[in-house]
Design a protein around this ligand. Structure first.
Ligand SMILES: [Ca+2]
Length: 183
């Protein structure tokens, strides 16, 4: 009986080997999304959400004179290697009211998390308010095959339709900038 069992094990092993079966190699470590951080500098992280969108990437975040960064798909951003000091921070996205504020870094090596901010949609002409001028722009572009003004596609689905119009219409009268600051 033992011999039969042994043969069975050998047979299965042979079949598995001949099929090229082998343990999968460990997946390579995912590349770091954000740049390396110097230990004597701080990092500022946060999230910028785009109202009316499923994908929140592509917003430019600037801290002082440091190189601007761009948010990733979930709206996250990280500004690395920030020396201690006070900085003006701004998040800008065409078609949306911007957000801005001040952040003070006092501890080298800290990671400062700013509260998430939702940018409100509809400021097509980027004058800091959602008003009739913006709606006129949207109406002019509405129904065209090619979206002449890509900013009018507020929901980012490649179409200009009632969802975009409703989004801007509901924000009529809203003004910026929105507040983006340390707690
Ligand atoms: Ca406007």
């Amino acid at each position: 009986m033992k011999r039969v069992g042994l043969l069975l094990v050998l047979l299965i092993s042979t079949i598995l080997c001949s099929c090229g079966w082998q343990a999968k190699p460990a997946a390579p470590a995912a590349p770091s999304t954000f740049p390396a951080q110097a230990p004597d500098k701080a990092r500022i992280v946060g999230k910028i959400i785009l109202q009316g969108r499923m994908a929140h990437g592509g917003t430019k975040v600037t801290v002082g004179d440091l190189p601007p960064v761009t948010t990733i798909f979930d709206g996250s951003y990280a500004v690395s290697n920030v020396p201690t000091g006070q900085y003006f921070i701004k998040a800008v996205r065409p078609g949306y009211l911007c957000a801005q504020g001040y952040v003070t870094i006092t501890i080298a090596g800290e990671t400062r998390t700013l509260p998430p901010v939702t940018l409100m949609a509809g400021d097509l002409n980027e004058d800091g308010q959602v008003d009739l001028f913006d709606l006129v722009r949207m109406t002019a572009a509405f129904g065209t095959q090619d979206i002449a003004d890509p900013r009018a596609d507020l929901t980012g689905d490649g179409k200009l339709n009632l969802f975009d119009m409703t989004l801007a219409g509901n924000n009529l009268g809203q003004t910026g900038p929105l507040v983006l600051e340390s707690p």
